[in-house]
Each structure stands twice: as structure tokens, then as C-alpha cells.
Design a protein around this ligand. Structure first.
Ligand code: ATP
Ligand code: MG
Length: 259
């Protein structure tokens, strides 16, 4: 049973690979094929999703909404290479990332993907500038060059005057802007954001979303935003609902208003 399932998957993926050669998939930045995530839980298993298929075009912004526990963070972790799928494939362009080994995957993450989380995960004892420099230092960029690039990003998020402040001394909104600068400092192609406004008041959250929109256009980013805020979600090119392990376009599910 398991064997035939695996064979079917392999065949499907192969067919998918051959389609890519003749298709127009070069403009697809991120794609999942038959993605599954199943967590072992005692005797039973928790199936978060099975056969989840997603395509995000290059330069597109997609919002993912859904109830708590629907699997939004799980999906983002898989897309970001922070966790491994139980089955299926994750493509970034032509590259299948779930086949990379741990070292290759962490290098891929550092170069290609920017993350922003609900809790900013900055190092509080380090300055804003040092926090933003971190991804560049990890990939071996010289200190001076890393500092210059990080400062450019802080200018882009409007925080150059806070560069030498410790991250722990900044406000929640400022910390989230530093996180955005850090996520984008290594010029990733894809930005993954998991409830980046979740711990902010509406107005500050709105500022972060506007900044995200502006940077997305400016840097031609492909972005996937998980949010519980429908108003913010609607500002993306497309809104998907994750429900019962499947992604649905939102507009298909919301009946048009009665006239
Ligand atoms: N490491 C784990 N082990 C077992 N189950 C897990 C694990 N991580 C997540 N889950 C389960 O997977 C499901 C999806 O969790 P996930 O965090 O992706 O939901 P979410 O949509 O992000 O929810 P929220 O909106 O509350 O953040 C939940 O039922 C959760 O309990
Ligand atoms: Mg979550």
C-alpha cells in the first residue's frame, strides 16, 4: 500500500518534472506538489495536510488565512526549509529543496529566503545594525560590507536613527521593522511572513504591512504572508484559505453580496 502510494507519487512528480520543460513554469517561484505533513502523536498521527498543491508566481504576493491549527505555520516552515515534509515536493524555481541535505538547506535558506515571524526573534543585547548584519556575517560577507548593506536596509525601513540602539530597547513596531530589514538584507527572492503584525496594534501593524508592500514592489519579491487579519490579507495579489488540509482561493468561497 505504502509502496504503491510512493510509486504513484514518484510517477506524478516525474510527470510534473517533464511538464516543466515545455511549460511556462519558469515564472513560478514557489510550488508544492502533493505536499503532506503528518506528525506522529503517541499511537495515532496528526495529519495537518495531504496532497497540498500551491503555485506562487515570481513577484506575486499571496496571503494565507485560516483557522488556528489549520496548518499555516506548518506550511511556512516547510516552504522555508525549517521542517521536512512527510511526502511531496517543494520547488523554488527548478530546485527541489526537500531533497537538499541539512547543510545545503541552511545555505539555501540564508541566500534565497527571508523570514519574518510574529515574535521578532531579534537578539535583544545586540544593536539594530548588528541584528540586521547577522545573515550576511553568517554567509561570510566582510564586516564592513555587511555593515554598509545592513545600514542601507535600515534606511529602507526608516530606522537609520536607531541603528546603534539595542534591539531590546526598541518598540514592538520598530523591532518588527528591524526584523524586516534583517529578513531582506541578503536580498532573498522569497519572503515568508508568519503573522508579522500579530503582536502589534492595528495602526503599527498597518505600517508594517504598508512597508512590506513597498519593499515587495521595490525588490520584486515573491511573498507569502500568513495573517489572521483579512484587511491585510486582501492587500496581497491573492488570498488563499487553508481549510481541512486544502488551499482554496478565497473568492470562490465567499458568496457575492446580496443586492
Ligand atoms: N511539532 C508538532 N508535533 C505535533 N503536532 C504539531 C506540531 N506542530 C504543529 N502541530 C499540529 O499541527 C496543526 C497545525 O499547526 P500550525 O501551527 O501549523 O497551525 P496554524 O494554522 O499556524 O495555527 P495558528 O493560527 O494558531 O498559528 C495543529 O493541530 C498543531 O497542533
Ligand atoms: Mg501559526
Amino acid at each position: 500500500m505504502l509502496k504503491s502510494g510512493t510509486t504513484r507519487l514518484t510517477t506524478d512528480l516525474r510527470r510534473h518534472d517533464s511538464l516543466k520543460v515545455v511549460g511556462d513554469t519558469e515564472e513560478i517561484a514557489v510550488r508544492t506538489v502533493h505536499l503532506a505533513k503528518v506528525y506522529p502523536s503517541g499511537q495515532a498521527e496528526i495529519t495537518v495536510f495531504r496532497d497540498l498543491n500551491l503555485e506562487v508566481k515570481s513577484g506575486e504576493s499571496v496571503a494565507v488565512i485560516g483557522e488556528s491549527g489549520a496548518g499555516k505555520s506548518t506550511l511556512l516552515h516547510l516552504l522555508g526549509g525549517l521542517d521536512r515534509p512527510s511526502e511531496g515536493a517543494i520547488y523554488f524555481g527548478e530546485r527541489r529543496i526537500e531533497e537538499l541535505d541539512d547543510g545545503e538547506l541552511s545555505e539555501f535558506r540564508n541566500r534565497e529566503i527571508g523570514f519574518v515571524w510574529q515574535s521578532h526573534s531579534l537578539l535583544p543585547e545586540f544593536t539594530a545594525l548588528e541584528n540586521v548584519m547577522m545573515p550576511l556575517l553568517i554567509r561570510g560577507t566582510a564586516h564592513q560590507k555587511a555593515a554598509r548593506t545592513a545600514m542601507d536596509r535600515l534606511v529602507q525601513v526608516g530606522l537609520e536613527r536607531r541603528a546603534t540602539h539595542r534591539a531590546g530597547e526598541l518598540s514592538g513596531g520598530e523591532q518588527q521593522r528591524v526584523s524586516l530589514a534583517r529578513a531582506l538584507v541578503a536580498s532573498p527572492k522569497v519572503l515568508l511572513a508568519d503573522e508579522p503584525t500579530g503582536s502589534l496594534d492595528y495602526r503599527t501593524g498597518e505600517g508594517i504591512v504598508s512597508l512590506l508592500e513597498q519593499l515587495q514592489r521595490q525588490l520584486e519579491l515573491t511573498s507569502i504572508l500568513v495573517t489572521h487579519n483579512l484587511a491585510f490579507a486582501r492587500r496581497c495579489d491573492r488570498v488563499l484559505i487553508l481549510d481541512k488540509g486544502q488551499l482554496h482561493p478565497m473568492d470562490d468561497r465567499v458568496p457575492p453580496p446580496q443586492t
